[in-house]
Design a protein around this ligand. Structure first.
Ligand code: 1PR
Length: 535
């Protein structure tokens, strides 16, 4: 409608910008799409979200003739907000794809150095150090915003007057830039909860709030984050419900053995967002048998959830190549693309990643054909989570198995002193000849950006995470590892962060049964000296 203000959105179609659209609508603005270079020239206020790879983005901008009009718009100092890759593309050059950028900001974009022990991608919540007063970032001091990137703008003498804020991850990197009306943010305001929505609001209404003071005491952390997980499946009546396994058995112990029903997916997701979840994960746990695109409700759940959940949404279950009853082939890339278009920021692959890792370990060759490789190539590895469903297999001696074992703190049922973790597929129904340690290393090489580490033995027991499993896997890879399965008490959250290098802790049952709130988990973590985001 003419009354509502408009903002122009440059969406070059590489990834999930649905959340930015939802945030702009929530803030009361309408969107004018960029379909031609003229649309940029006519824009009053332009938002440029960048998702995916640097090279792919530059190829699209150049092939559509948008790069030139975008540079002209920026050089005329007109209101501009770049997001994530939308900041990096302003630089002269990026090491990602060894590609020239738009050449607005002097200097280069380089990858984080994982050899220094950093988990790359930099995924999660971090603070900002303001380098100049800023209306746009008013109120940001001491607060945390959401990052998901493997590359970052490198500060140098020629670009220091562009730097609005830096963040610490290994060294200090550029997390926001500003010159006149030109702003860009490395983090995702549309995924940074209320503080992020406020930043977007200020850009949209022209930033009429007072400037934030530069404040040197603002704390900078790479935080540990807490994920609320919703296992979703259709119940016998065909409704999509949030359920929860007890060692992966989701049916009640009552006579009718009906599927445990803990609530409605969209409603619970909204409740967890308000309660401070740093991320919400939906797992379509029967995805391995019914095809997600056929199973439209899961996509609808995502569309609705992304309208009022402004932290990262991950969705898993059923992401693999598929041929339907009529012989129509759907590649896993198509399935993932549908999930991204419906509002997912990350997709999670379970069974298919086991098959891909088995083949890779067997042949030593990266075919590029696995869903894991295809999806991470197009969308970046930060968009791909591998979910592992391991179960403990006790052995008397490591020589009894070819897979990496741990020395158990509690002996097995027959006094065994060692164990390995057998990976399973089909929701724990089928054991495979590959260990969690070997799988994690293989999928990291195939392009996984995160490991969601479940544990069948601990699932739903409320006795705490399998600390030995989390230690084993988080030492095997340099990508973030999410501890999952078994949370039952507040102490389980501080324990897993004190004893392992997990980047995040995931829980399901205790949240669905309202035994523990996410807020109380985070307050406990802060009291226990574990840095996390507080609302
Ligand atoms: O194999 O790519 O179709 O993916 C299937 C996905 O669904 C995988 O992520 C797999 O972990 C999950 N899944 C399959 N079957 C089940 C089941 O429970 N029957 N969920 C299942 C496994 C996931 C979470 C979490 C913790 C939290 N559980 O619930 O792992 O167990 O539980 P808690 O805090 O209550 O202990 P594909």
């Amino acid at each position: 409608s003419s009354g509502t203000s408009k903002v122009t959105l440059l969406d070059y179609g590489a990834g999930n910008v649905r959340s930015i659209r939802n945030a702009i609508h929530l803030l009361g603005f309408n969107i004018r799409e960029v379909t031609s270079p003229e649309d940029i020239g006519n824009a009053k206020r332009l938002i440029f979200p960048g998702v995916g790879s640097f090279k792919a983005a530059m190829d699209v901008l150049n092939s559509k003739g948008l790069a030139e009009s975008l540079c002209a718009y920026i050089r005329e100092d007109r209101p501009f907000l770049g997001i994530c890759l939308g900041l990096q593309l302003l630089f002269d050059y990026s090491e990602e794809g060894f590609t020239e950028g738009l050449g607005i900001i002097p200097g280069t974009v380089a990858r984080f150095d994982s050899s220094a022990g950093l988990r790359v991608p930099h995924i999660g919540w971090n603070g900002l150090q303001l380098k100049q007063p800023s209306q746009l970032l008013e109120g940001i001091n001491g607060r945390h915003v959401y990052f998901v990137h493997s590359y970052r703008g490198v500060a140098c003498e020629e670009n220091k007057d562009w730097i609005l804020a830096t963040s610490r991850y290994g060294d200090d990197f550029i997390s926001a830039i500003r010159k006149g009306n030109i702003h860009a943010l490395q983090f995702h305001p549309e995924k940074s909860g209320v503080i992020g929505l406020d930043i977007l609001r200020r850009f949209l209404d022209g930033g009429h709030s007072e400037a934030a003071k530069v404040c040197s005491t603002s704390v900078i952390f790479v935080l540990k984050w807490v994920i609320a997980c919703l296992d979703v499946r259709s119940n016998d009546a065909g409704d999509l419900v949030v359920t929860k396994g007890d060692q992966y058995d989701v049916r009640e112990q009552t006579s009718d053995r009906e599927v445990r029903n803990l609530g409605k997916p969209v409603e619970l997701a909204g409740r967890y967002f308000k309660d401070g979840a740093d991320e919400v994960t939906f797992l379509n746990i029967t995805g391995f048998r019914d095809f997600p695109l056929g199973d439209m409700p899961m996509l609808e759940v995502l569309r609705q959830a992304s309208e009022h959940v402004f932290v990262p949404l991950t969705v898993g279950g059923g992401i693999h190549d598929f041929t339907d009853a009529h012989g129509r082939f759907y590649s896993s890339l198509e399935v993932a693309a549908e999930y991204f278009r419906s509002g997912a920021d990350k997709i999670s692959i379970g069974s298919d990643a086991v098959y891909a890792a088995e083949e890779y370990l067997h042949t030593g060759v990266k075919t590029g054909k696995s869903s894991l490789e295809q999806i991470s190539y197009v969308y970046g590895n930060q968009a791909v989570v591998v979910s592992i469903d391991p179960r403990r297999i006790y052995v008397n001696d490591p020589s009894e198995t070819p897979f990496r074992t741990i020395q158990v703190s509690k002996p097995g049922p027959n006094g065994e002193k060692y164990a390995w973790y057998q990976c399973t597929v089909k929701g724990g129904r089928e054991g495979r000849q590959i260990g969690a340690y070997e799988l994690s290393k293989a999928v990291e090489e195939l392009g996984a950006g995160e490991i969601l580490l479940n544990c069948i033995d601990c699932d739903g027991q409320g006795q705490g995470y399998d600390i030995e499993l989390v230690q084993l896997v988080s030492e095997a890879v340099t990508i973030p590892v999410i501890a999952s399965s078994g949370a039952g008490r507040l102490e389980h959250f501080s324990e897993v962060f004190h004893k392992t290098a997990a980047s995040a802790a995931l829980a399901a049952g205790i949240f669905h049964r309202e035994e523990i709130s996410i807020t109380s988990v985070k307050e406990h973590m802060v009291q226990a000296g574990v840095d996390t985001r507080l609302l």
